[in-house]
Design a protein around this ligand. Sequence first.
Ligand SMILES: C[S@@+](CC[C@H](N)C(=O)[O-])C[C@H]1O[C@@H](n2cnc3c(N)ncnc32)[C@H](O)[C@@H]1O
Length: 355
Amino acid sequence: MDLIIKPTEACNFKCSFCSSTAIDPDHAGLLDLDYIYKFLKRYPDTATIIVNGGDPLMVDPSYYWKLIDHLDEHNYPATISFTTNLWPFLIKPKKWVDLFNHDRLGICTSFQYGGGRLKGDFSEFTEADFWLCSDAMLKHCGYRPDFIAVIVEENIDDAIKNVELAKEMGVVCKLNYAMASGIQGTTLQLSKIYDLYVKIYDMGLADWEWNTQQMMKRLGGSATTCPQNRNCDSGIRALNPGGDYYSCGAFGDDMDYPINFQEEVIDNGPLQTPLQLDPNIQSMKTACFTCPMFQICNGCKKTVRDMKREGTVESHCRQMKTLAPRILEINGLDPNSVTPYVDETPDNMIAIANI
Ligand SMILES: C[S@@+](CC[C@H](N)C(=O)[O-])C[C@H]1O[C@@H](n2cnc3c(N)ncnc32)[C@H](O)[C@@H]1O
């Protein structure tokens, strides 16, 4: 198991696309460490505790030291991975440096071009700001962190620049499509990000973009990370600040499909999750089940749910049919095995039924 924790909703940034602005009805709550301790008792082999938010650095370092002490005391193997905007670290490195250099801890950060990442005063977090944070990490911790770039309609033309920046920094970035949660109203249509991954591959930039690497082996079934893993809910859990519990961090952002913590964790209940039981989120279309592109085009269950809601499934499918031969080829499969496009819009189905 891996565990995502969002210890607090509080954040020093004001990103215009943020998916995590409504994860805590209290808005100022702090996840009680006892939830994590109970989780670890149930899943002692937990590999990674991913710390998200809000921003992890809005919580006092003593919180994480207590967690590390607990891991040490019980001889748990878990490592801890922060995703942080690093701004508080840039301002006060001394406060964080010992924690950041602890053997169990790794740091990932976030940056993208296009103006949506905003600091606390609503000014843009610029490339120059990002270099300052990255340089501070290099100086105090000896490495530059990898970063996540969120792609929305407004910054899509700048998306590949993020990969070129990653190459210049000697790190790997992850271009993630925007999910519809929090103040981000819509999902970026999944085919648009695959269009980018194919371009990144063809430009020889795959070594610096994580999801392109996943796409290259996805149809062989060996891609394992979010948001390109269809079976993630059997291997990950998420805790929000109030202790509510999910099998997906993204559905946790919507506070949707919760799992009963008492039943699964305290009473050692079964691992079947609400996501496995809902037939509506297993695929975008019926035709997907016989299409060799199934694993790619269906994204994750949160994406299926949201794109169905937004009515973008058919345009996504049409664009994917044009990308499919190249993606199949990249995966070492027959490019001619693409199945024909089937229009499943309700209006069309009615029209066919009336003929
Ligand atoms: C919610 S943030 C919390 C961590 C930290 N505050 C940061 O900005 O890195 C976790 C990651 O999700 C990304 N993110 C935010 N909104 C998103 C959205 N609508 N869709 C996909 N990813 C998003 C952020 O850019 C960041 O990389």
